[in-house]
Design a protein around this ligand. Structure first.
Ligand code: GLC
Ligand code: CA
Length: 536
């Protein structure tokens, strides 16, 4: 094993969405003590780093991505002492923990914004973005990005909900305050950050340049030099609006800014191009291959990326790219596909047992984006059926339902009534049932992650697609020094045949117990996946 590789490249990360992970006190809301009680579960999966979605003080309009005080813990999750205990216990179990850093905007309940609104001459006024006249920009959640403030008679800018005013990164004093806050958290023992929509901080609102704006590199560099440089931490930026090339530049270790990014080119492939996330289309597997070829090749040469298919904003991947009629098979196939690639694996809570999406009536949804889009699409004249179909497919609440721990009351998540309804399939889909099953998804994840850790080919190898035009099978080689792996992932819901490049191979892992081949032909049952070592 090559020892010089940075630890964050070898690490496997598990994302916790605190609201929905584990409730320790029966109020229906997941909390820090709940997380502490499940650290062994996470560790046993093969996890090195926990990423905690926001637990700061917040009015929770966007579930914590609207922060009203960066230096306090939201009492619904616990206290600062609980947070310190969580850091200590995570370290004690040999894992690290990173926090979510939301610095493109604050909550409108943040002290800075309250002062900015109440006093036009306040120093804090310039911490936000104001205009006498709104420009023609939509917020990402829909509706105008400008909201009128009747007190000071100007509009303020917000790329997300109106309760999330964007910070003005051009103000040097604001930047210093943010850096101090970040360093305070690092001093407390945090091992790094996931940086929320960080590609937006360099924007130029008046020239209508938002993601990857003209000041992005400058501010990222300053942030790096003031907070991250020389520290044993990891940073991962969320950069939904950036090209693969730019994402690789930002993470280039020769000119460091961030260790890695989430780039999203493979995520929206079920969306009609240019029509936003609600207009959906079937995935084209060949198109997906092109996207991955580009990303894998670019990052192989420069920078580093996170490998992910799910998070708290994306629908459950089994229901999206997989098939719930073959829930376990397709969950394992998708894991094989993504974690066989180069990058740092990220697993979103529940993905490791193949949790699925939900199709609730509108009254059961909580997500601000979902509720806003329901109104917007209704006003646009979409039929209720069509709207609900889109919401069932794409709502962020799909992945935010409580983690299903067992088949008891409320899936073992809470003794009370959960803030968001538990997925009714918890009787069959739950942690207890899954981990006890040697053919469950969890044990497959364990094997796959172990295989990755034991072979530097996954970490360092080249990526080459095999049978690019095959519309049913996504297959690729990973090659490093004299070792070569072939990964085969079928997206077909029936049994198909697949021509192998050789008959000399050794099977390392598969989601089916018996694998049938004759000569060069492999028989692939629905959603078949395997990893093999090529022997010649
Ligand atoms: C990111 C978060 C998302 C949030 C948005 C605004 O995309 O992941 O949950 O709503 O930023 O903070
Ligand atoms: Ca609780």
């Amino acid at each position: 094993m090559d020892k010089k590789i940075d630890w964050y490249k070898r690490a496997v990360v598990y994302q916790i969405y605190p609201l929905s992970f584990m409730d320790s006190n029966g109020d229906g809301i997941g909390d820090l003590q709940g997380i502490i009680s499940k650290l062994d579960y996470i560790k046993d999966l093969g996890i090195d780093v926990i990423w905690l979605s926001p637990v700061y003080e917040s009015p929770m309009q966007d579930n914590g991505y609207d922060i009203s005080n960066y230096q306090a813990i939201n009492p619904m999750f616990g206290s600062m002492l609980d947070m310190i205990e969580l850091i200590r216990m995570t370290h004690q179990k040999g894992m690290r923990i990173i926090m979510d850093l939301v610095i493109n905007h604050t909550s409108n309940q943040h002290e800075w914004f309250k002062k900015a609104v109440n006093e036009s001459h306040s120093l804090y006024r310039d911490y936000y973005i104001w205009s006498d006249k709104p420009t023609n920009v939509d917020s990402i959640f829909g509706g105008s990005a400008w909201t009128y403030d009747p007190i000071t008679k100007q509009y303020y800018f917000h790329l997300f909900a109106e309760q999330q005013p964007d910070l003005n990164w051009h103000n040097p004093q604001l930047r210093q305050e943010i850096y101090t806050m970040i360093n305070d958290w690092l001093d407390l023992g945090i091992d790094g950050f996931r940086l929320d929509v960080i590609d937006l901080i360099g924007k130029d609102v008046y020239r209508q340049q938002f993601a990857d704006g003209p000041y992005l590199d400058q501010y990222l560099k300053e942030l790096y030099e003031t907070c991250f440089q020389g520290k044993d931490i990891m940073t991962v930026g969320e950069t939904p609006g950036i090209s693969i090339k730019r994402a690789s530049e930002i993470t280039d270790a020769n000119d460091p800014k961030l260790n890695m990014v989430f780039q999203f080119s493979h995520i929206g492939l079920d969306e009609m191009p240019g029509q936003g996330k609600w207009a959906i289309k079937p995935v084209n597997l060949v198109e997906m291959k092109d996207v991955f070829i580009n990303a894998q090749k670019t990052f192989h040469q420069q920078g580093w990326q996170a490998l992910f298919l799910s998070n708290h904003d994306q629908p459950r991947v089994v229901s999206r790219y997989g098939n719930i009629a073959y829930r376990q098979e397709s969950a394992k196939m998708l894991a094989t596909l993504i974690y066989g690639m180069q990058g740092t694996p990220f697993i979103y809570q529940g993905e490791e047992i193949g949790m699925t999406g939900v199709d609730y009536p509108i009254a059961d949804y909580q997500d601000i984006e979902t509720l806003q889009i329901f109104d917007i699409l209704t006003a646009k004249g979409w039929s209720a059926t069509k709207i609900m179909e889109a919401i069932h497919k794409k709502s962020r609440d799909n992945s935010r339902t409580p983690l299903q721990w067992d088949d008891t009351h409320q899936a073992g998540f809470s003794t009370g009534r959960p803030w968001l309804k538990v997925n009714p399939n918890y009787h069959t889909v739950n942690v207890k049932t899954d981990i006890e099953n040697p053919h469950g998804v969890y044990q497959y994840y364990q094997k796959l992650l172990k295989l990755r850790k034991q072979n530097d080919t996954f970490l360092l190898g080249t990526f080459d697609i095999y049978q690019k035009d095959n519309k049913q099978v996504f297959s690729y080689f990973r090659k490093y020094r004299n070792q070569q792996f072939l990964i085969v992932c079928s997206w077909a819901d029936s049994t198909i045949e697949f021509e192998l490049p050789t008959t000399k191979y050794h099977l390392l892992l598969s989601n089916y117990e018996t694998v049938k081949t004759y000569h060069h032909t492999m028989v692939c049952p629905p959603y078949f996946a395997c990893v093999m070592r090529i022997e010649d």
